[in-house]
Design a protein around this ligand. Structure first.
Ligand SMILES: [Zn+2]
Length: 342
C-alpha cells in the first residue's frame, strides 16, 4: 500500500475510488510536517455534502479510536462503499506523538477545545492544533453528514463505556443521533452538558450533522470491549446512513435490551475534589447509586490521622465516571453520576 504525502489542497475527497494519504501540515517550529493519516473511499452513488467521517485521537492519549479505525482501514471492502467514508485514525498527530491529551510538545492546545472562531486563521491561533481544526472545517465538514469522534478517558478518568451527544434543538436530528449512538452496543448512551467551548462534536452538531462521541476506555490503555464497540458503531452508522452496503445486527447492551440512556447535564451530577488528595473508589463505574451514597473516599496524606472525605453522589443515578488515578488535584471532577432518562 502506498500512502501519498500531500498538502490539504492536494487531497481528492470526491472522485470514486480509494485513496490513502498522509496530510502534511507544517510543523510549528522546525523544518518538517505533522503527517495526519487519512483514507477516503468514494463509491459510485456519492452525493455532494454527504458522507461519514470517523476520527480517532482527537485527544492523543486515547487509543480505542485509533486502533478500531486502523482495523477498519483493512476490513472495509471498497466495493461495498456506495457513498463516502473518510477514516482518520489519528486526527491530532502532534498529541498522539507525545502520548498526551493536548499537543504537549508543540502548542500545548487541546484539539477538542480548538474549534473556536478564527482557529488557524488569526495569528494568535495559528499553532498546529488550531490548524488541524481549520483543516477539518475546510475539507471535512463540507463532505460529511455523519461524524463519529471516538474518545476514551485518557489519563484522568475511568468511565462506564458509553456513547455520547449533546442536547440538540431539532427533534429529528436528536432522534437519529440517539439511534446511531445506540448501535455501538455500549452499556450507556450519555447526554452531556454543552457548556464547554471549542468542542469538535458541538460544532458538528450545530452544523446539523449526525454526531456521536464516545468514552470507550481509560488509563491510556486499549480496552477490548471499547475497540469492539467502536468498530461496530462506525460500521453500523455507515450502513444505516447510506454510505456502505450490507446488513448488520445489534451487539452488546443494544442487542439484549440492557442499554441505558442517561444524562449528565445537572450540575449535581458532578462532584469536584474540594482539596488535592488521593482518591479511593469504593464502587465500580456503572453501579446504580442514590443521592448521598458514598461512592469513594478522598484521602489527605498531610492529615494522615483524619478520616477521609466521603465522595457522595449528588443525585440518584449511575456512576458514569470517576478519577482514574489516585492523585487528584483540587477541583477535578472525581465523580460523575448520570441520571437515567425516560
Ligand atoms: Zn477525549
Amino acid at each position: 500500500m502506498t500512502r501519498a504525502i500531500v498538502r490539504p489542497s492536494g487531497l481528492d475527497l470526491d472522485s470514486p475510488g480509494r485513496r490513502d494519504y498522509w496530510v502534511a501540515l507544517e510543523h510549528d517550529s522546525t523544518w518538517g510536517d505533522h503527517l495526519l493519516p487519512l483514507t477516503v473511499i468514494v463509491g459510485d452513488q456519492v452525493e455532494a455534502g454527504r458522507g461519514l467521517v470517523a476520527f480517532g485521537a482527537n485527544h492523543g492519549n486515547e487509543y480505542e479510536g485509533p486502533v478500531a479505525i486502523k482495523h477498519l482501514l483493512h476490513e472495509i471492502n471498497s466495493a461495498d462503499v456506495c457513498g463516502r467514508l473518510i477514516l482518520v485514525p489519528v486526527l491530532n498527530p502532534a498529541a498522539f506523538g507525545s502520548g498526551t491529551r493536548e499537543s504537549t510538545a508543540d502548542d500545548g492546545v487541546n484539539l477538542n477545545r480548538a474549534f473556536v472562531e478564527g482557529a488557524g486563521l488569526t495569528p494568535a491561533l495559528k499553532g498546529i492544533t488550531h490548524r488541524i481544526a481549520a483543516f477539518v472545517r475546510e475539507y471535512i465538514w463540507p463532505r460529511v453528514h455523519v461524524v463519529q469522534d471516538i474518545h476514551a478517558g485518557g489519563r484522568g478518568h475511568r468511565f462506564a463505556l458509553c456513547t455520547s451527544f449533546h442536547h440538540v434543538e431539532d427533534p429529528e436530528q436528536r432522534r437519529i443521533i440517539e439511534a446511531t449512538a445506540r448501535w455501538f452496543g455500549t452499556p450507556f448512551v450519555m447526554i452531556y452538558q454543552d457548556d464547554t467551548p471549542g468542542l469538535l462534536p458541538s460544532e458538528a452538531e450545530r452544523l446539523g450533522k449526525i454526531t456521536v462521541g464516545t468514552e470507550l476506555g481509560w488509563g491510556e490503555t486499549v480496552n477490548p470491549e471499547g475497540v469492539r464497540y467502536a468498530c461496530h458503531g462506525i460500521r453500523a452508522a455507515a450502513i444505516h446512513h447510506g454510505q456502505l452496503r450490507g446488513a448488520i445486527e445489534p451487539i452488546g447492551h443494544h442487542a439484549d435490551g440492557t442499554q441505558k440512556l442517561v444524562a449528565m447535564v445537572d450540575r449535581n451530577c458532578f462532584t469536584p475534589a474540594p482539596f488535592s488528595g488521593h482518591y479511593e473508589p469504593r464502587m465500580n463505574c456503572g453501579t446504580f447509586v442514590r443521592r448521598g451514597d458514598t461512592v469513594g473516599l478522598l484521602h489527605d496524606f498531610q492529615r494522615v490521622d483524619e478520616q477521609p472525605w466521603p465522595v457522595r453522589a449528588g443525585i440518584d443515578g449511575y456512576v458514569l465516571c470517576q478519577a482514574a488515578r489516585a492523585p487528584v488535584a483540587q477541583g477535578l471532577h472525581i465523580l460523575v453520576v448520570a441520571q437515567e432518562v425516560d
